[in-house]
Design a protein around this ligand. Structure first.
Ligand code: PBG
Length: 342
């Protein structure tokens, strides 16, 4: 370029090819790397998914998720207090429901006294400043582990939507701030919005699991909520084929039209292209769910000394920010929040 001073004849260097640009200049010291850093991870980006179970003072390890526990409501409240002190904005709660309470239609999701609604009330009472996100999907409540009502081998859409919308109202009544339906039935966002509005919950938000892919990375979660042994077949008739990207855009577009306040992409790291596409296309608040399998892979490789687990954790979370995420649901949330504080 014309601003490049002429070189003495014969002095060949990288500048002959790149002009006077040397990208390594700004990488040479910690202070200059910090100065030009484009994306940052903050505690404000974190949503912490937790698992709740019946009992008192229960803290059950989950074999496939080292460092993650199923907590009875009293201990979940303690963890919520800890999360609030760390500055984590919100929790997402998932239940491990007693087997005897699961049935073909997941009817126990409609019980205002079920474990999820009790957890919401207890946490909201003790820690009102933390946001509570509940999932209105049926899978932890069904005897077959599917996210919908199963009839003659088919997950029936519209009847499931009715039940999911009714569950959302009950969760909102218990104090949930955000309803995040993970079931991928068609029309659920509009139905939930209508049901919430009709019952006076206009201010309860919806985070749509807009693009949830049929994935192998959910395995450890299914152990956590106890659906692993129950689930027959797969979820390919309702989750998105992981080969597809245009379809993900259509899903998100539809959920926005139906009233979604926020979008989520799930799983996370294998789907950074989807996150970027949705952010560019819609400019909506966009979240990634770094799912159980992603968490466990990093934990396992770290525990074996094959990778530096802490660095891999931070790198993966920052990758979500770079891809366009406003926040991340991650089981690493308290660990990361502690690190960011220190
Ligand atoms: C189902 C649901 C899943 C997760 C949360 N809710 C997936 C599934 O079991 O098919 C996965 C979360 C994770 O893997 O961390 N509605």
């Amino acid at each position: 370029n014309k601003f490049t001073p002429a070189k003495p004849a014969g002095a060949r260097s990288v500048d002959d090819v790149t002009g006077s640009r040397r990208l390594r200049r700004m990488r040479k010291a910690d202070w200059s790397r910090r100065l030009v850093q484009e994306n940052r991870l903050s505690v404000d980006d974190l949503i912490w998914p937790i698992f709740v179970v019946e009992g008192r003072n229960v803290r059950e390890p989950i074999a496939a998720m080292p460092g993650v526990f199923r907590l009875s409501v009293d201990l979940a409240v303690k963890e919520a207090e800890r999360a609030a002190k760390l500055g984590i904005p919100a929790l997402a709660t998932f239940p491990n429901v007693d087997l005897g309470l699961r049935d073909q239609t997941g009817s126990h999701i409609l019980d205002p006294e079920n474990i999820i609604n009790r957890a919401t009330r207890a946490i909201k009472e003790a820690v009102p400043e933390i946001g509570i996100i509940t999932d209105a999907a049926l899978d932890p409540f069904t005897s077959h582990g599917h996210d919908g009502i199963l009839r003659d081998g088919i997950i029936v859409n519209d009847e499931t939507v009715e039940q999911v919308a009714a569950a959302a109202v009950i969760q909102a009544a218990a104090g949930a701030d955000i309803i995040a339906p993970s079931d991928m039935m068609d029309g659920r966002i509009g139905a939930i919005r209508d049901a919430l509005d009709a019952n006076g919950f206009q201010d309860v938000a919806i985070m749509s699991y807009a693009t949830k892919f049929a994935s192998a990375f959910y395995g450890p979660y299914r152990e956590a909520v106890g659906t692993a042994g129950l689930l027959k077949g797969d979820k390919k008739t309702y989750y998105i084929d992981h080969a597809n990207s245009d379809e993900a855009v259509r899903e998100a577009e539809q959920d926005i039209a139906e009233g979604a306040d926020m979008l989520m992409v799930k799983p996370g790291l294998p789907y950074l292209d989807i996150i970027r596409r949705l952010k560019d296309e819609f400019q909506m608040p966009t979240f990634a769910y770094q799912v159980s399998g992603e968490y466990s892979m990093i934990k396992a490789a770290g525990a074996n000394g094959w990778i530096d687990g802490e660095k891999a954790m931070l790198e993966s979370l920052l990758a979500f920010k770079r891809a366009g995420c406003d926040g991340i649901l991650t089981y690493f949330a308290p660990e990361v929040a502690e690190m960011l504080k220190g």
